[in-house]
Ligand binder design. Sequence first.
Ligand code: NAP
Length: 303
Amino acid sequence: MADPVLTLHELETWSRTGTSLAVLGHPIAHSISPPMHNAALAELARDDARFADWKYFRFDITPNELPRALDLLHAKNFRGVNLTVPHKRIAFDRVAQIDPAARPAGAVNTLRWAEEGWHGFNTDGYGLTAAIQENLGTEFAGHHVILLGAGGAARGASVECLQRGCASLWVANRTRENLEQLLATLAAVRPDIPRRGFSPASLPTDLPLGAIVVNATSAGLRASDAPPIVLSDLPRPAAVFDMIYNPPLTPLLAAARDHGWLHANGLSMLVHQGAKALEIWSDVPATRTANTMLRAAHRALAR
Ligand code: NAP
């Protein structure tokens, strides 16, 4: 049976005694994180009784409800929380402590319970790097990167690219103000690496050849969405990565395929960021649960 979509109301009256984990988002019905995590937890429980009562739930929580939800989850002793659209940046300001690696991104996707409050982490960068290596056989170090988007996911991705030593970072976003905010946030991260913002409607003439293009916008989630950039207007990239995994072939990836360019969707990133979150909660290495999560993700998407 599919994991039910729970609400703030159910959290108010929560009385489960086992170890509980949760993902919060709005919307959340599409999330395949619960089957992924619950498959990994079931496998861990077969070898280790510690995991017998661990379960991962999903909650549809609006931004207005988020502060109350985080307080309740803490009071009800949830061991860990994942945050997805649109909560990653809002939650950043509500944690008691931030993992140093998550601070420059200004966004958290993973929280771990601690007596004094939530500890915040961001595993999206880890997931992205692992996916780029696994699916595209490449890495950010030494490569030019063209990043599309300036939301929560783009924050994690841009910090990851800079910290990994990309050759240059080019960020395109529809809304100028959000782009400027992101670039301001990045000012202190590897200032030696050139970076530039631009509008996807007006491309700079000196965009680099052989870049890794990363889509961190939501454009492509719906079949009717236009791609976030006209790919054929870019100099030939080395590879195109779309963080979206459902649908598996977005208009951007279809364009990459039509050009015969290396491309991959975000499923592997989802799996690796999830396995890293589970490592943060359980101390089980991410590499041990990633394959189980990937199989569960494929099953969930096939349903
Ligand atoms: P977010 O904070 O809401 O940011 C959304 C971004 O998409 C903004 O830059 C926004 O631009 C842009 N955008 C939205 N609709 C657009 C459109 N129609 N055309 C062009 N740009 C558009 O969301 P997020 O958390 O960053 O997530 C972004 C995407 O990454 C989502 O699809 C999410 O599912 C995916 N993601 C995947 C993984 C994974 O593990 N595979 C992890 C994280 C995120 P404006 O500033 O102009 O509004």
